[in-house]
Design a protein around this ligand. Structure first.
Ligand SMILES: [Zn+2]
Length: 91
Protein backbone atom coordinates (compact mmCIF):
# COMPACT_ATOMS: atom_id res chain seq x y z
CA UNK A 1 0.00 0.00 0.00
CA UNK A 2 1.27 3.43 -0.90
CA UNK A 3 0.97 5.93 1.90
CA UNK A 4 0.24 9.48 0.85
CA UNK A 5 -0.02 12.09 3.57
CA UNK A 6 -2.42 14.87 2.71
CA UNK A 7 -2.54 17.97 4.90
CA UNK A 8 -6.16 18.36 6.00
CA UNK A 9 -6.21 22.07 5.18
CA UNK A 10 -5.02 21.59 1.62
CA UNK A 11 -7.87 21.81 -0.85
CA UNK A 12 -7.64 21.33 -4.58
CA UNK A 13 -10.49 23.09 -6.39
CA UNK A 14 -9.80 21.21 -9.61
CA UNK A 15 -10.12 17.88 -7.83
CA UNK A 16 -13.38 19.03 -6.28
CA UNK A 17 -14.71 20.06 -9.67
CA UNK A 18 -13.77 16.75 -11.27
CA UNK A 19 -14.94 14.54 -8.44
CA UNK A 20 -17.54 12.17 -9.86
CA UNK A 21 -20.13 12.66 -7.15
CA UNK A 22 -23.33 10.78 -7.68
CA UNK A 23 -22.56 9.20 -11.02
CA UNK A 24 -21.82 5.81 -9.53
CA UNK A 25 -18.13 5.59 -10.34
CA UNK A 26 -16.71 6.52 -6.93
CA UNK A 27 -15.47 3.62 -4.83
CA UNK A 28 -17.97 2.65 -2.14
CA UNK A 29 -15.65 0.43 -0.16
CA UNK A 30 -11.98 -0.28 0.31
CA UNK A 31 -9.81 -3.15 1.44
CA UNK A 32 -7.72 -2.19 4.45
CA UNK A 33 -5.38 -3.85 6.92
CA UNK A 34 -5.72 -3.03 10.60
CA UNK A 35 -2.52 -1.39 11.93
CA UNK A 36 -3.10 -3.06 15.30
CA UNK A 37 -4.16 -6.65 14.68
CA UNK A 38 -3.18 -7.02 11.00
CA UNK A 39 -6.58 -8.31 9.90
CA UNK A 40 -7.60 -7.53 6.34
CA UNK A 41 -11.17 -6.39 5.85
CA UNK A 42 -13.39 -4.14 3.79
CA UNK A 43 -14.72 -0.86 5.09
CA UNK A 44 -17.58 1.14 3.63
CA UNK A 45 -16.80 4.56 2.19
CA UNK A 46 -19.10 7.53 1.76
CA UNK A 47 -18.21 9.34 -1.48
CA UNK A 48 -20.84 11.96 -0.68
CA UNK A 49 -18.69 13.24 2.17
CA UNK A 50 -16.19 14.68 -0.30
CA UNK A 51 -13.02 13.80 -2.20
CA UNK A 52 -10.81 14.02 0.88
CA UNK A 53 -11.89 12.69 4.21
CA UNK A 54 -10.41 11.93 7.57
CA UNK A 55 -12.34 10.30 10.36
CA UNK A 56 -12.03 7.83 13.19
CA UNK A 57 -13.43 4.32 12.86
CA UNK A 58 -13.03 1.30 15.10
CA UNK A 59 -11.54 -1.95 13.82
CA UNK A 60 -14.23 -4.54 13.16
CA UNK A 61 -12.01 -7.23 14.68
CA UNK A 62 -10.09 -5.73 17.60
CA UNK A 63 -12.25 -2.58 18.12
CA UNK A 64 -9.24 -0.31 18.38
CA UNK A 65 -9.56 3.16 16.78
CA UNK A 66 -8.13 3.97 13.37
CA UNK A 67 -7.74 7.36 11.80
CA UNK A 68 -8.99 6.72 8.27
CA UNK A 69 -7.67 8.91 5.46
CA UNK A 70 -9.64 8.78 2.21
CA UNK A 71 -8.51 10.54 -0.96
CA UNK A 72 -10.53 10.13 -4.14
CA UNK A 73 -8.81 10.55 -7.46
CA UNK A 74 -10.49 12.17 -10.47
CA UNK A 75 -11.53 8.72 -11.71
CA UNK A 76 -13.37 7.95 -8.47
CA UNK A 77 -10.77 5.50 -7.18
CA UNK A 78 -10.32 5.83 -3.44
CA UNK A 79 -6.88 5.81 -1.85
CA UNK A 80 -7.46 4.74 1.74
CA UNK A 81 -4.84 4.65 4.46
CA UNK A 82 -5.15 3.88 8.15
CA UNK A 83 -3.24 5.31 11.07
CA UNK A 84 -3.34 4.06 14.61
CA UNK A 85 -5.52 6.76 16.15
CA UNK A 86 -4.51 5.97 19.68
CA UNK A 87 -0.75 5.72 19.88
CA UNK A 88 -1.02 5.34 23.62
CA UNK A 89 -3.22 2.25 23.42
CA UNK A 90 -2.03 -0.14 26.07
CA UNK A 91 -2.68 -3.76 25.34
ZN1 LIG B 1 -7.79 -4.66 14.42
Amino acid sequence: MIFIQIPPDEDDPELDADFPLGDGTADMDAAVTCPYCGEEMEIALDPGSGPRQEYVEDCQVCCRPWTVHVAYGPDGAADVTLDAADDAWDD
